[in-house]
Design a binder for this molecule. Structure first.
Ligand code: G6P
Length: 369
């Protein structure tokens, strides 16, 4: 590529470190903090009437899909509107349930993924209002949609998406606030409070990026494993899915992401002294329940690598390895727990000696169905 690695060994590591800037660029100029208003035009909404939306569908593949799965919690909370997340390659096999009051959102870093393109066309044919959330300007997906919103994460070269993920999440949260504003589901005061939280994300990201060396050390214990589980509850479930995806695609180690509460319905059978589980358990509203899931893993001899809140001795005591993230609000939290997922996959892959920026069998943008 023509782009410089800026002193980093790989584009992926450079892009992981560009996350604060990427998120800042996504949200910049799109709100007015004094009035608590999201600027729809600056966001990219020029044709769609957000007042008329009563159903939301997020269509995407890979990491972009997980950004959608995460955003769903926030959009539903802000707007009260049901949000469905659809894997693009599967969405056309369902009877179309969209109509002119549905907002179908295609989330795609490249804007060229063929499955996402076909799926958003299908939604449009069935009268949905269509919005493209993309990073690459002028892409095919943007062309077919009624409106387009750029995330401005800057070019992403590493095949495994990192900074685009964080920027997509920030963009979708802003969109949720914009819909809540238009439908008067949140008052301007509440919207400013949420924007205030979003604005803090870049500086919190700077802090978690300092975990890189510690995670590099921990990776010694993990690069020789054959299989790992990743668990999380609520917002942390999609982060677990993303963590497992990153690990398998970069290091070729089998990894599975699971909802913590679903562990008892199957994967717990896999737990013995040879199984390691990455447990996402920051202090959030589901914390206590996640801890009891972790205790069940521990009781069966499973090894635990946990990501939790700084100073959480209870979690640290039941973990073999503990990665601490700073205390923060629930909006900021998934941005922060995703970073150790990226870094773990990165350092494990570097130790294994795989081709980090260009893993085997994968492509940055997939234009075959
Ligand atoms: C490929 C890439 C992934 C990406 C996915 C969706 O599989 O390797 O990193 O998440 O496509 O790409 P998109 O450009 O649509 O976000």
């Amino acid at each position: 590529s023509m782009l410089d690695k800026n002193g980093f060994d790989h584009y992926m590591l450079k892009e992981i470190h560009e996350q604060p800037q990427a998120v800042a660029q996504t949200i910049n100029g799109r709100y007015d903090l004094d009035t608590g208003k999201i600027n729809l035009k600056a966001y990219g909404i020029n044709h769609i009437n957000l007042k008329e939306i009563n159903r939301i569908q997020i269509i995407a593949c890979g990491t972009s899909y997980y950004a959608g799965c995460l955003a769903r919690y926030f959009i539903e909370k802000f707007t009260g509107i049901p949000v469905e997340t659809e894997l693009a390659s599967e969405s056309r096999y369902r009877s179309p349930t969209v109509n002119s009051h549905t907002l179908s959102i295609a989330v795609s870093q490249s804007g060229e993924t063929i499955d996402t393109l076909q799926a958003i066309k299908f939604a449009k044919e069935n009268k949905a209002k269509t919005l493209a959330i993309i990073n690459a300007p002028g892409s095919s997906i943007a062309h077919v949609c009624d409106d387009q919103s750029l995330i401005y994460a800057g070019p992403e070269v590493g095949v495994a998406s990192t900074k685009a993920f964080s920027a997509q999440l920030a963009s979708l949260i802003l969109l949720g606030l914009a819909i809540a504003q238009e439908q008067k589901k949140l008052n301007t005061h509440k919207i400013s409070e949420y924007i205030d939280e979003l604005i803090k994300v870049p500086s919190f990201l700077e802090k978690v990026l300092m975990l890189s060396n510690g995670i590099k050390e921990i990776s010694i214990k993990y690069y020789n494993l054959n299989s790992l589980l990743f668990i999380g509850r609520g917002h942390q479930w999609p982060v677990a899915l993303e963590g497992a995806l990153k690990l398998k695609e970069l290091s070729y180690i089998h990894a599975e992401g699971y909802a913590a509460g679903e562990l008892k319905h199957g994967p717990i059978a896999l737990i013995d002294e040879d199984m390691s589980v990455v447990c996402l358990a920051p202090k959030d509203s589901y914390y206590e329940k996640t801890i009891s899931n972790i205790e069940e893993i521990r009781a069966r001899g499973g090894k635990i690598l946990s990501v939790g809140t700084e100073g959480d001795k209870e979690l640290q005591n039941i973990s073999d390895d503990f990665i601490a993230i700073p205390e923060c609000s629930e909006i900021i939290l998934p941005f922060l727990t995703a970073v150790p997922m990226h870094l773990l996959a990165y350092w494990v892959a570097v130790r294994k000696g795989t081709d980090v920026d260009q893993p085997r069998n994968l492509a940055k943008s997939v234009t075959v169905e």
